[in-house]
Write a protein that binds this ligand. Structure first.
Ligand code: SAM
Length: 210
């Protein structure tokens, strides 16, 4: 999703809206320094497990109904998607209490992050910004990306599509706002595509120009 390189993985990484995903658990095992944030992390592991269980079957059912919106190569079927998601959530839940004690899971909601400036080399946001364009307005998106840029030297957001598979209407306005205020913004193709057409990320860095 983020075209991460070995060099990226040597840096300090922040995840925004990481939810019950297994990236932090898996990367930490490999020695990568990752901090995950999500408002969900105000909940206990039991509460998160209950919430995940409640939404799991409806999420799969919805994917089944809209199967043509997705590319079935990484996952060959809805069942395989379900198994992979369940395994990821289990890895997350197994790591959650220890990770919270180590401040690797931090309760935080964009557009505010509880970290000093330049605390991270890379901030990632997967399946939250742009995806929920119908639920969060342009101002929220711009403020969130600026906040991620405040705490990290580079920001990557994936995908650039909204729910339902249409391009997010906020990609271009965000690009304009950031480009006009000292950032370089590129839309880069990545190797992962699950939502059909969702194979690009936004990359935001301080502009090299003065
Ligand atoms: C669809 S999930 C994506 C989880 C994970 N990033 C992934 O790709 O599997 C969206 C996540 O955004 C989180 N979220 C909701 N409001 C948020 C906010 N204001 N700031 C950061 N995350 C938020 C939700 O709690 C949820 O975990």
């Amino acid at each position: 999703m983020f075209a991460l390189t070995d060099a990226d993985l040597r840096g300090r990484i922040l995840g925004c809206g990481d939810g019950p995903a297994s990236f932090n658990a898996e990367a930490t095992r490999e020695g990568v320094r990752v901090t995950s944030t999500d408002p969900l992390y105000g909940c206990s592991s039991r509460e998160i497990a209950e919430r995940v269980d409640e939404t799991f079957d409806p999420m799969l059912e919805q994917t089944r109904r809209n199967a043509e919106e997705f590319v079935w190569t990484t996952f060959r079927s809805v069942d395989e998607l379900g198994e992979t998601r369940r395994a990821a959530m289990r890895a997350f839940l197994d790591d959650y209490d220890a990770g919270s004690a180590e401040d690797r899971y931090v309760e935080a909601a964009l557009p505010a992050l509880p970290f000093p400036d330049a605390s991270f080399d890379l901030a990632l946001c997967g399946h939250f910004l742009f995806l929920y364009s119908a639920h969060r307005d342009l101002d929220f998106h711009i403020r969130s990306i600026r906040e991620m840029c405040r705490v990290a030297r580079e920001v990557r957001i994936f995908p650039l599509l909204a729910l339902g598979g249409a391009p997010s209407p906020f990609v271009e306005p965000c690009r304009e706002a950031l480009t006009g205020s000292g950032f370089e913004v590129t839309l880069d193709v990545v190797p992962y595509e699950f939502q059909r057409g969702g194979n690009r990320m936004m990359r935001v860095r301080p502009s090299a120009e003065p």
